[in-house]
Design a protein around this ligand. Sequence first.
Ligand code: ZN
Length: 246
Amino acid sequence: MNRAYKTTAVVLRGRTYGEADRILTLFSTERGKMDAIAKGSRRTKSHLAGRLEMGNEVALTMHRGRNLDIVVSADIENAYWQNLVAPEKYAAANLIIELVDAFCEPDLAMPEIYALLTGALRAIGRSDESLGLVPRFSLLLLGALGLAPPLDTCVLCGASLVEKNAWLDSEQGGFAGEECRPNWRDPLALSETDMENLRALAAPRGTASAAVHATPAVTHAIETLVNHHLGRRPKSGAHAAEFAKS
Ligand SMILES: [Zn+2]
């Protein structure tokens, strides 16, 4: 049996292991999320040193191990990292990486999410408003996972929401029309413009109606939906919120 294989992956995180090793969580084209060990990678003379940083996209030669697969060699394809040293970019990258890590099951290739992640890391590296890119990424991630809220119809009764105001019903994972508006205190209201913005965020980039940035109500709605599906608030979210305030 051939135990060697090649894959391309984004480094989601790493932790130190033993004296000089690191255990990495990778998001690979081949197998989706997976753990691997990079032996000796913390030694400055290691040929792996400095290549396996969070957010880097790397071409890997791997060896199937008994427990963990082993990184034999790594070549940097895209060092998004170099563009992420600005604190806001780092916060945005950290948040989207945490969401991919939290939502994706191990050993399941997800090419659509791989493309979404690398596209977003590239865009964050280039953008002056990098945290503003997170809501669209989150909405498209929910879509790729099959968790996207319906944007044209009431999540409860199916009535049309086109050219109407809507209210977030986070417990139902979507938006409700006037007739089904949640009866708790202060449900999040979205105007017609907000709902148009949501549809534009979900539209493929480059199409005439596509938008990149979310309105404040839409940002709040998407964060609430992500937390609902995740069952918690992302750890990096609090860090990102600090920038949003300042
Ligand atoms: Zn309804």
